[in-house]
Design a protein around this ligand. Structure first.
Ligand SMILES: Nc1ncnc2c1ncn2[C@@H]1O[C@H](COP(=O)(O)OP(=O)(O)OP(=O)(O)O)[C@@H](O)[C@H]1O
Length: 264
């Protein structure tokens, strides 16, 4: 279980650019939760993910994962049990290495063995199996350099690498936002499949309201650094975009405004 307890974060304190992103942000994420996160511009969605991943220290509050206080743990140490996939397909893989070399790297990390480039028959067979489950044709391109892949192919590969060793937590920060709708759908399907198969606790930020409603078991809406909606169970299962927008308006007394929001 992940617990965020009374977190606060202000960027550039004491300067004209001072920006309090959140103050007293709390959240309990149960094991196996797949939470989709939506919210208005600058609501603090990415900042929340960054705080969990340890990209910067929080000003106050505590972060617990499986009962361990990780508030002061360095980012690289959290990376051992927190998987991340970003919006930018250029991140997460090594472009000058081939698909199989990238997978081999993740495989070595996952199995806690020192870096070994040896790509024997068995490894290649395993990698082919991973890749043949995705209809992106990657299983035939094991020796292709990753820089030659499309954005969708790279995101799929990053997702496989980030989950090869089951992470305690998977953070997806708009990981399909840069993809065309058809590829985004494929990568989302792969995301759901991997998460379900391995019961990975996941927090996924998205600007696509339809994806946010359809995917996961819980939907959180953030606004001005606060969690203003936490929808699950029957309410989530029967949620629609108009109902969600209405609920926001009723709760906040203002319309939901988000430049990049995608209704479908
Ligand atoms: N490293 C940083 N240094 C300074 N300010 C930052 C930093 N990261 C984020 N911010 C600011 O914090 C606020 C919240 O940003 P954040 O990226 O968390 O919002 P978001 O909800 O993900 O928004 P969006 O949907 O627009 O991406 C914004 O005003 C942003 O400019």
């Amino acid at each position: 279980m992940l617990v965020l307890e009374h977190l606060s974060k202000t960027f550039n304190p004491g300067t004209p650019n001072e920006n309090q992103v959140f103050n007293d942000l709390s959240l309990k994420v149960e094991d196996g939760d797949f939470i989709t996160v939506i919210g208005s511009n600058g609501a603090g969605k990415s900042t929340m993910l960054n705080a969990i991943a340890g990209v910067f220290p929080v000003d106050s509050g505590r972060i617990y994962l499986d009962g361990n206080d990780i508030t002061n743990l360095a980012e690289y140490r959290r990376a051992a049990f927190i998987g991340r996939v970003f919006q930018d397909p250029m991140l997460g893989t090594s472009p000058s290495m081939t698909i199989e070399e990238n997978l081999s790297l993740a495989f070595s990390r996952a199995n806690n063995i020192s870096l070994r480039w040896g790509l024997d028959f068995n490894k290649r067979k395993t990698f082919k199996k991973y890749l043949s489950d995705i209809p992106l044709g990657l299983e035939k391109r094991l020796t292709t350099k990753v820089r030659l892949l499309s954005g969708g192919q790279r995101q799929a590969l990053t997702l496989i690498m980030a989950t090869m060793k089951k992470p305690k937590l998977l953070l997806l920060d708009e990981h399909t936002a840069a993809l065309d709708p058809k590829t985004a759908m494929l990568v989302n399907e792969l995301t759901e499949e991997i998460i379900k198969k391995n019961s990975i606790t996941t927090i996924m930020v998205t600007h696509n309201l339809e994806h946010a409603i359809k995917m996961g078991n819980r939907l959180i809406m953030m606004h001005k650094g606060r969690i203003v909606m936490d929808i699950k169970g029957e309410e989530k299962a029967t949620m629609t975009i108009p109902r969600l927008l209405n609920k926001f308006e009723q709760l906040q007394g203002e319309k939901f405004v988000e430049d990049r929001v995608m209704l479908a």
